[in-house]
Design a protein around this ligand. Structure first.
Ligand code: HPA
Ligand code: MG
Length: 213
């Protein structure tokens, strides 16, 4: 089950919420407010615990975009773990992927910090990603991680985009399915800008121009 945000969802007017003044004019709307992200994350944490809560978990956080989601998701999993008799040890490991320039995916995908993942052997692995578009990145990453022979691999993706050639590969846990629009905030960037925005927002035309490389 996935919570779907429809193509005609206009978002919320920016001035209904607060956001950094330095992004004034760079955004079209608040697409998913921070509080909604948190509430959905809490539920995902429960689903994950129901499935993986019987064994140690190694969390693989995909940087940079995944850092906020990973922190908040791990936090909620820990909280569930603290408050139940099924307490599970968790490790968090960080890898870095880079494939976007401006708002376009590029062919060359770089995986950093993943040279030796042999400690994943026999473990339950939870890959945590902010956004899945074509699914190509996820497919490449899954193949890469599988080679280290974990017991189980699950993927949590906060956002899945409805793109034209949709994903051969979808996350096991999805926060929101969204229209094919470029979104920023909550650690998602446009050329490294907007990570310091708490809500998920749609970037404006002038915002794209202003921060173009
Ligand atoms: N925003 C930020 N980064 C991304 C996106 C997006 O919509 N899609 C893929 N990487
Ligand atoms: Mg990026």
């Amino acid at each position: 089950r996935i919570s779907v945000i429809k193509d005609d969802w206009p978002g919320y007017e920016l001035d209904l919420f607060s956001y950094p003044a330095h992004y004034c004019g760079d955004l079209d709307c608040v697409f998913i407010p921070h509080g909604v992200i948190m509430d959905r994350t809490e539920r995902l944490a429960r689903n994950i615990m129901d499935d993986l809560g019987d064994h140690d978990i190694v969390v693989l956080c995909v940087l940079k975009g995944g850092y906020r989601f990973c922190v908040d998701l791990v936090d909620r999993i820990k909280s569930l773990s603290r408050n139940s008799d099924r307490s599970i040890p968790m490790r968090v490991h960080f890898i870095r992927l880079k494939s976007y320039l401006n708002d376009q995916s590029t062919e060359d995908l770089h995986i950093l910090g993943a040279e030796d993942l042999s400690f994943l052997a026999g473990k339950n692995v939870l890959i945590v990603e902010a956004i899945v578009g074509t699914g190509k990145t996820m497919e490449t990453l899954l193949k890469y991680v599988e080679a280290f022979r974990p017991k189980l691999i699950k993927v949590a993706g906060l956002l899945v985009k409805r793109v034209p050639h949709n994903a051969a590969c979808l996350p096991d846990y999805v926060g929101f399915e969204i229209p094919d629009r470029f979104v920023v905030g909550y650690a998602l960037d446009y050329n490294e800008y907007f990570r310091d925005l708490t809500h998920i927002c749609v970037i404006s035309k002038s915002g794209k121009m202003k921060y173009k490389i």
